[in-house]
Write a protein that binds this ligand. Structure first.
Ligand code: DGY
Length: 331
């Protein structure tokens, strides 16, 4: 008998077709995020769940879905999934690392540059028909090349940002991370490890790429923003909640930092109204990994994991990017 799986959001038709070769598949063509009760209802009798970063997978859902054996996400971030509770329920969890690293680093760099050089702010001015003459300081911003790049969170994506800064733009890279990189990796980008306080004080452009969790909630708030240079920019491609959005909006409005680029927000898709009211921030709707090839690779990696977790295909029993592979040995 074919196992039953549920795909919680709209995804590439060829990805659904791949799943249909092996499974009985239910889909969410409306693409709305189902309330938890609806997700639980649809999961009854289903062994596999394909999700994105939006669905909350917690002990309540797991207790109500006893047939569930695998939850495979096409996102790299998994703060929406209680992995320990999944392990306790014998449910395999996977995320989608690596395939989005370079695309996300590209976007982080684009946001940082757009903030520093006031790209969207000046475009809005032009579209409003307000461009009447040249002025020496019209939308004059900060240089990116040759400046100090501060990376908070030096995982794969942070290193991608650092590489772009050091090798492409001659930036001096400083970083803070839970653990220091080995000397050879630091040497690739000439990166210098500093405390979080020194990072904030010294950088011209701060890029935040830390995972979200209780330890990183409001890692950047009023006190941290106070330490930054008034000419500095802040870019967040990590998760909403790492930055206190209200505090950031205040700092931007009062000129305590120059500009920001944000792809993620606390409570997204709702955006703090104070952020919407300040001009010196570039706002994008959580699209850092959204190139078509990368989104396709993310979705296919989730399928690879689902197939392997439910014992189908070449990786049978060995999901390539499982977060709790120990679950399979206990089965
Ligand atoms: C991720 O994969 O975690 C990105 O933020 C997209 O959701």
């Amino acid at each position: 008998m074919r196992a039953k799986v549920l795909v919680s959001r709209r995804v590439f038709p060829e990805v659904i077709a791949r799943l249909r070769e092996h499974f009985d598949v239910d889909t969410n063509d409306a693409d709305d995020v189902w309330p938890q009760a609806e997700l639980i209802r649809r999961l009854q009798g289903r062994a596999g769940l394909f999700i994105t970063g939006s669905e909350k997978i917690d002990a309540t859902l797991l207790a109500a879905c006893p047939d569930l054996r695998a939850v495979c996400s096409m996102a790299v971030g998994y703060n929406n999934i209680d992995v320990a509770a999944c392990t306790a329920h014998g449910v395999l969890v996977s995320n989608a690392p690596d395939v989005l690293t370079e695309t996300t680093a590209d976007f982080g760099f684009a946001l940082m540059m757009a903030a520093a050089r006031r790209v969207t702010e000046s475009e809005r001015f032009l579209r409003r028909g307000e461009w009447k003459k040249w002025s020496y300081d019209m939308f004059a911003g900060a240089d990116v090349h040759g400046s100090v790049l501060g990376v908070l969170g030096m995982g794969r994506i942070g290193q991608g940002v650092a590489r772009r800064g050091a090798l492409g733009f001659g930036m001096r890279v400083i970083y803070h991370n839970r653990s220091r990189l080995d000397a050879a990796t630091e040497a690739q980008f000439g990166a210098r490890y500093v405390t979080k306080l020194d990072l904030l004080r010294e950088c011209d452009h701060l890029v935040i790429v830390v995972p979200y969790g209780p330890a990183s909630h409001h890692l950047i708030g009023t006190a941290e923003l106070e330490l930054m240079k008034p000419t500095a920019t802040l870019t967040n491609i990590a998760r909403g909640g790492v930055v206190d959005d209200a505090a950031l909006a205040d700092a931007l409005r009062e000129g305590r930092i120059a500009a920001a680029g944000l792809d993620v927000f606390e409570g997204e898709p709702t955006v703090h109204p104070s952020l919407l009211a300040v001009p010196n921030v570039v706002l994008t709707p959580h699209i850092a990994s959204a190139s078509l090839p990368t989104r396709r690779a993310m979705a296919n990696l989730a399928v690879d994991n689902l197939l392997a977790a439910l014992s189908v295909g070449p990786n049978k029993g060995r999901p390539p990017t499982a977060l709790n592979p120990e679950v399979l040995t206990l089965r």
